[in-house]
Design a protein around this ligand. Structure first.
Ligand SMILES: NC(=O)c1ccc[n+]([C@@H]2O[C@H](COP(=O)([O-])OP(=O)(O)OC[C@H]3O[C@@H](n4cnc5c(N)ncnc54)[C@H](OP(=O)(O)O)[C@@H]3O)[C@@H](O)[C@H]2O)c1
Length: 267
């Protein structure tokens, strides 16, 4: 009997119109979302439902420094691929999302990285030829095979699908998919966002900051997050709980980008 599938979490930043990317990249820049992404995907414990304690303290310091140049990129925290800890998290992504990560930041540090691609054999072979140490980077032919592999690794704790559109759609259809860490983003018009396109969405006020920012604008996107059905519900207070209350500001504004973190669960 194969081990049961691990629960699947998704993490995504999405506009009000469901946009997540444009021409292979993310059209906005949001350091605090990068820090949140790193904290949650590296340190969230599926067993406790919160980030591991020592991580929350470090995250608080980084969060406070975010405005002063911290968090430019995803980065590698310790560079040990999680090997120094007894448990590690894993991230699963599509080949295009993998290619969108700057080489200096990949594989994402302190997590097992699994890339889904039809060219998995040749990419795995190429990778094996360039590394002599046990690697935390794997190429797999499907989401299911990625999950089967991770289910058989005892030290894997939480598993995250980190994009893009194609893999999110597959994950959402999977019965193991139970939680979405969602960052809602919108343009506030208070900063300059290169390449951004005004596109008023006409939606209502949820998550806005001031009356002025409630009339949200978005970015031009060609990749979209699938629509979540009514069985997906916002969990009140979940962001504070998950981060052990160490993150000040589950919503805010940074460089012309408004954001609000949420955790949704399938009920
Ligand atoms: N806003 C966010 O939070 C966020 C997060 C991540 C990504 N993004 C954005 O999303 C966009 C990329 O999304 P995307 O949908 O174009 O690409 P993607 O999902 O990242 O990658 C698609 C590729 O993954 C492989 N793949 C997916 N499902 C597979 C399966 N069942 N079996 C085998 N291979 C499979 C295929 O690779 P092969 O062609 O090699 O077979 C496919 O071409 C980019 O703009 C990126 O910046 C945004």
């Amino acid at each position: 009997m194969p081990p049961p599938s691990p629960p699947l979490n998704m993490i995504v930043a999405v506009t009000d119109t469901g946009g997540i990317g444009m021409r292979g990249a993310i059209p906005w820049r949001l350091k605090r979302d990068v820090l949140y992404f790193r904290l949650v995907t590296t340190h969230f414990s599926e067993k406790s439902g919160v980030v591991r304690e020592e991580a929350a303290e470090g995250a608080k310091a980084k969060w406070q420094g975010a405005g002063a140049g911290e968090g430019e990129g995803e980065g590698k925290e310790k560079g040990d691929g999680g090997g120094g800890r007894t448990v590690t998290n894993a991230v699963i992504m599509g080949r295009k999302t993998w290619e969108s990560i700057p080489p200096k930041w990949r594989p994402l540090g302190d997590r097992i990285n699994v890339v889904v691609t039809s060219r998995w054999e040749s990419l795995q072979h190429e990778h094996a030829a360039t590394t002599t140490t046990p690697s935390t980077l794997l190429f797999k032919p499907s989401l299911t095979s990625a999950m089967d592999h991770l289910a058989a690794v005892p030290r894997v704790d939480a598993v995250f699908v980190i994009g893009g559109a194609q893999v999110y759609a597959e994950a959402l259809a999977h019965p193991a998919c139970k939680r979405v860490f969602l960052t809602r983003v919108w343009r506030t018009g208070t900063g300059s966002v290169p390449g951004a396109v005004d596109e008023k969405d006409g939606r209502s006020t949820e998550g806005g900051l001031t009356p002025e920012t409630r009339e949200r604008a978005s970015w031009d996107c060609d990749a979209f997050f699938p629509t979540l059905g009514s069985e997906w519900k916002d969990v009140p207070g979940a962001v504070e709980k998950v981060t052990r209350g160490r993150y000040s500001g589950a919503e805010g504004e940074e460089g012309g980008v408004g954001y609000k973190f949420a955790v949704l669960e399938r009920v």
